[in-house]
Design a protein around this ligand. Structure first.
Ligand code: NAD
Length: 474
């Protein structure tokens, strides 16, 4: 595709206190198109001074927004939904450009999903907050305060909306720092917020790097809660920074999810769905089922089919309708993924480092390994690329042991006779499990056990994360 709208991609202001303001310093961050390796646009490289200004604006706006009647808050989020919906095509295209998600998938997932999440929060915001009586106590819920939201690049709008919409619906005000790799999509939300006429300072956008803007938010004395999605290492650093002032932290971190295919399962469906899940968004999905666990009776068929399915993926230009797998987000990410493939000690079934990929762009071929040792690096580390590991098991207990042999606990799949599959799903130490291809539900709680995180996002549980609970004794 030809880029005819370069101007749109140069953003030189930050949204602070309801207006577009010049950043405190003149540094810029170049945004790279990962499919072409060319500079796509620039955004301000914010500093701690910009964070101070944004937090002050959010603090000033807090009492007013927290005290706004529910119906009015709901109406404001409804206007935000309308303004963002009008930008759906732009959102999909921008994510295609800055992340490399194939356009059709970008339309469905990168634009469609956050719009549906925002719709849900506009509805929830308008509903009265549940109060509870416990003996002589009236238990009420109140917004937690000023929220710092720090987000990654893999679902650049969804991860932002999951935080911002829930926080706003709860009555909090927000300072958002999107990933420096994909900041342009967040500007579309900021444009929508301005158009929707959200009260000044309720939503603020400061772009910049993690070590500068991210850590200024995490350590800011006037940020009441930090909501973070990204790597476990950064989540740990943010927890430490927030611990000094005992600020609340919600963390959505990495994963190494297992797709368990039990004896008697529909192996064709399980493998086809499983491979598509593992490779969605070039494998850059925290919930990706990157470990396929297969009962020995189905193992050989599953390995052969997974290899065929992977080999049939068309890799290339995200704007070509035939493409199913785009590039990885950056050169660094590609090198990281290639490192895992290079060090792998397992049977290569498809892809690998010698498989053909476009010369330009940060591509890695869809890769499948079989006979993977459950304790190996390949089966233990989050690769965040299109790399699937297949592991055999002997019985349900063995499958559960392998699935739970992980420092992560985010998601998973189980395939088999429904009651048996649900029994196995209950035993998995993860925040979500899809049985026999059960669809992702954007109103169900989303979050991790173990090192996959703390807290829940999405739906009513996600809103509660941004509330304090108060007991009033009478
Ligand atoms: P990251 O954790 O470094 O970045 C996520 C966000 O945190 C970005 O906005 C970044 O600027 C910010 N950040 C970085 N350092 C910070 C700091 N010290 N203080 C405050 N904020 C900081 O993740 P990444 O570099 O984008 O990706 C690295 C790895 O993280 C990936 O390979 C993948 O394994 C994992 N990851 C997981 C998810 C997920 O949804 N679970 C998403 C993206 C990345």
């Amino acid at each position: 595709m030809t880029l005819t709208r370069d101007k749109r991609l140069i953003r030189d202001k930050l949204l602070i206190g309801g207006g577009w303001v010049a950043p405190a310093s003149d540094g810029v961050i170049e945004v790279i198109n990962p499919a072409t390796e060319e500079v796509l646009g620039t955004v301000p490289e914010g500093t701690a001074a910009d964070v101070d200004a944004a937090v002050a604006a959010a603090r000033a706006a807090f009492d007013g927004w927290a005290g706004t009647p529910m119906a009015e808050r709901g109406a404001a989020l409804d206007r935000l939904h309308t303004a963002l919906s009008a930008r759906a095509a732009d959102i999909a295209e921008t994510v295609g450009l800055e992340l490399g998600t194939p356009l059709k998938i970008a339309q469905m997932v990168q634009a469609g999903l956050p719009l549906s999440v925002l719709r849900g929060y506009a509805d929830l915001a308008a509903q009265p907050v549940t109060e509870q009586t416990i003996g002589n106590s009236l238990v009420v819920r109140e917004p937690v305060g000023v929220v710092g939201a720090i987000t990654p690049w893999n679902y650049p709008l969804h991860q932002v909306v999951a935080k911002v919409a829930a926080a706003l619906a709860a009555g909090c005000t927000v300072v958002l720092k999107p990933s420096e790799l994909t900041p342009l999509t967040a500007y579309l939300l900021a444009d929508a917020a301005v158009e929707a006429g959200l009260p000044d300072g309720v939503f603020n956008l400061v772009t910049g790097t993690g070590p500068v803007v991210g850590s200024a938010i995490a350590g800011h004395p006037d940020v009441d809660m930090v909501s973070f999605t990204g790597s476990t290492a950064t989540g740990r650093a943010i927890s430490h920074a927030a611990a000094d002032r005992i600020a609340k932290v919600a963390l959505e971190l990495g994963g190494k999810s297992a797709n368990v295919i039990l004896e008697g399962a529909d192996v064709t469906r399980a493998v086809k769905t499983g491979v598509a899940n593992a490779f969605l968004n070039s494998g850059q999905t925290c919930t990706a089922w990157t470990r396929m666990l297969v009962h020995r009776s189905l193992y050989d068929d599953a390995v052969a089919l997974a290899g065929q399915v992977a080999a049939a993926f068309t890799v290339g230009d995200p704007f070509d309708p035939a493409t199913r797998l785009g590039p990885l987000v950056s050169a660094a990410q590609r090198e990281r993924v290639r490192g895992f493939v290079e060090r792998a000690e397992a049977k290569l079934i498809a892809g690998g480092l010698d498989a053909p990929v476009p010369e330009k762009g940060f591509f890695v071929a869809p890769t499948v390994f079989a006979d993977v040792d459950p304790d190996s690096e390949l089966a233990q580390e989050e690769i965040f690329g299109p790399v699937l590991s297949i592991i055999p098991f002997d019985d349900d207990d063995h499958a559960v042991r392998i699935a739970n042999n992980s420092k992560y606990g985010l998601a998973g799949g189980v395939w088999g006779e429904p009651e048996r599959a649900i029994a196995v799903a209950r035993r998995l130490r993860t925040g979500a499990v899809d049985v026999n291809g059960g669809a992702f539900n954007p109103r169900a709680p989303f979050g991790g056990y173990k090192q996959s995180g703390v807290g829940r996002e999405l739906g009513a549980f996600g809103l509660e994360e941004f509330q304090q609970v108060k007991a009033i004794q009478r």
